[in-house]
Design a protein around this ligand. Sequence first.
Ligand code: PNS
Length: 165
Amino acid sequence: MRRAIYPGSFDPVTNGHLDIIERGCKLFDEIIISILINPEKQPFFTIEERLEMLTDVVADISKGGCTVRVDSFRGLLVHYAVAQQANAIVRGIRAISDYEYELQMALMNRRLEPGIETVFMMPAETYSYVSSRLVKEVFHLGGQVTGLVPPLVETRMKEKLDQTR
Ligand code: PNS
């Protein structure tokens, strides 16, 4: 059983994340998408909202044979990964600029838990510039995010903005 953790903030989930999950499904029997509960960050969506959206948008991927679960965690990622009996951590790398930070994390995680491998995956070029941070910035400044996030997420972003107005 090859089980991987795909950790992140997913605030919100983008089409780039979905692309990585689909690719990860070719390598692993099960992927647990794990949202970090980070009390120090002020997120756009609550953990519950992110869990709900992710569960909805990955439903179709799960039908392809690989099991996709959505969960949240706090504390050290490797502790969580061991508790979930995962063998690997999946991270998406879009550009060289991502690599330095990701390498540091991967090596620190390896030091903490040598039994867990980090697997870097590249999204489709179409999503190589897409990040949750940029999506939120563009959205809040009135730009179009269609095609960058799943339609459900775009709808939820609009609803959320209406609520906060
Ligand atoms: O999508 P993000 O926000 O870049 O994801 C970062 C994440 C959640 C993978 C990273 O912050 C993390 O693993 N946090 C958990 C705490 C931890 O294990 N820290 C040590 C990392 S070497």
